[in-house]
Design a binder for this molecule. Structure first.
Ligand code: ADP
Ligand code: GN1
Ligand code: MG
Length: 349
């Protein structure tokens, strides 16, 4: 994704097209990898989130906005807090700024993990009775690890940037993990794991935590909310909320998964997600390893393809991110027995 800069005039014009004409300031905001996000303030001091939707990644933003409108209205109808769409003129959209809360890129205490997981669980729970029709499938096969591996293989074969020789260790790591890659996809195909409405991007900076109580006040970044597996949502929480270091930490000795945070996630998630079946419960610990592996595969693919998907800040950024993900997988593998025990204990098994 580009790091393109926007002129003040461009941003003010986008705001005017969305109905806000008295803009005072507009500045880049947040650390998302996909959209271009700005915090905008008007003459009355009202804050907004302005976003340019990344239409290279989301080819049908109308379908996406249709999902978001339905999902947010449903959550609000149940008394929950959600994103509020104030305007949409493709590819720009405007959200009310959620005040009194913030996002974090790295969790600093286990209680935050509990509260974030609980917020994502309640989000899934609230959407379980969303009326038909089925939500639009915004990015098909988004978490399908087998498809992601096919894309990696194609990128390695094409090797458009001549980087393949630099990643032979990572490719070996991938090969050593192919055997289990289809477990959730296959269990969904057989019906053992049900399709649910899921967020699909439950990284920790996609939930706003209350400034004072740290409670999850609203789940945000609803671009990929669509039919999926609850396990992918839990897995991405494990990936991002148990990490001891940033997603792009270069010193791998600092990168590992923290048991205490895993336990807090399990407790917070199970307290809100009463709907899970046995197959889902059995795969909770596995889902953390699988989604972390899958995101690592995606970073590696983007590195090989020349960094066209995720926003990067420097050459090799995606490779650094891939390495942290694979280190996290190793860390979770080393703690596998304990993590599975934590899940069982919290299920009273
Ligand atoms: P991306 O898809 O690029 O990750 P996000 O929708 O997650 O974009 O937005 C990026 C960041 O902007 C979030 O992590 C959060 O910090 C902030 N943000 C997004 N929406 C809001 C909102 N409605 N109120 C306050 N902050 C927001
Ligand atoms: C992207 O949009 P953001 O930054 O919250 C990506 C996720 C990845 C994540 C890795 C639409 O999330 O799938 O897990 O980066 N979103 C999309 O940090 O591809
Ligand atoms: Mg985001």
């Amino acid at each position: 994704m580009s790091n393109r800069t926007y002129t003040k005039e461009e941003l003010f014009a986008a705001m005017a097209s969305l109905g806000v004409k008295d803009v005072v300031s507009a500045e880049r905001y947040g650390s998302g990898h996909i959209n271009d996000t700005f915090r905008v303030v008007d003459a009355k001091g009202v804050q907004y989130i302005l976003q340019r939707i990344n239409t290279d990644i989301f080819p049908d933003p109308d379908a996406m906005m249709d999902n978001i409108t339905r999902v947010t209205a449903h959550i609000r109808s149940k008394g929950g807090r959600s994103l509020e769409v104030l305007g949409y003129v493709r590819p720009w959209r405007l959200y009310a700024f959620i005040t009194g809360a913030r996002t974090v890129d790295l969790i600093t205490d286990a209680r935050q993990a509990y509260l974030a997981a609980n917020a994502f669980a309640k989000f899934q729970d609230a959407l379980a009775d969303l009326p038909q029709p089925r939500l639009n499938e915004i990015l098909p096969k988004f978490h399908n690890t087998l498809s992601r591996l096919e894309l990696l293989d194609a990128a390695a074969k094409a090797d458009v940037k001549g980087r393949r020789a630099l990643v032979s260790r990572e490719l070996d790591f991938v090969d050593a993990h192919r055997a289990e890659a289809g477990r959730i996809v296959e269990a969904m195909a057989s019906g053992e794991i049900p399709e649910r409405i899921t967020h699909n991007d439950t990284k920790i900076n996609n939930v706003m935590l209350d400034d004072v109580t740290q409670e999850g006040v609203a789940v945000i970044d609803l671009d990929t909310t669509m039919p999926g597996s609850a396990l992918y949502d839990f897995g991405d929480m494990v990936r991002t909320s148990t990490a001891a270091a940033a997603e792009d930490e270069k010193d791998l000795s600092k990168v590992f998964s923290r048991e205490e945070y895993f336990e807090a996630l399990v407790k917070g998630y199970l307290a809100g997600a009463k709907f899970l079946n046995d197959a889902e419960l059995d795969a909770l610990a596995f889902s953390g390893r699988l989604i972390t592996f899958t995101i690592g595969v995606r970073f590696l693919t983007d590195y090989l393809a020349g960094d066209t998907y995720f926003r990067t800040a420097y050459e090799g950024h995606n490779l650094v991110r891939c390495r942290t993900q694979f280190k996290m997988v190793e860390s979770m593998e080393a703690q596998r027995g304990r993590y599975e025990q934590i899940v069982r204990e919290n299920l009273g098994r």
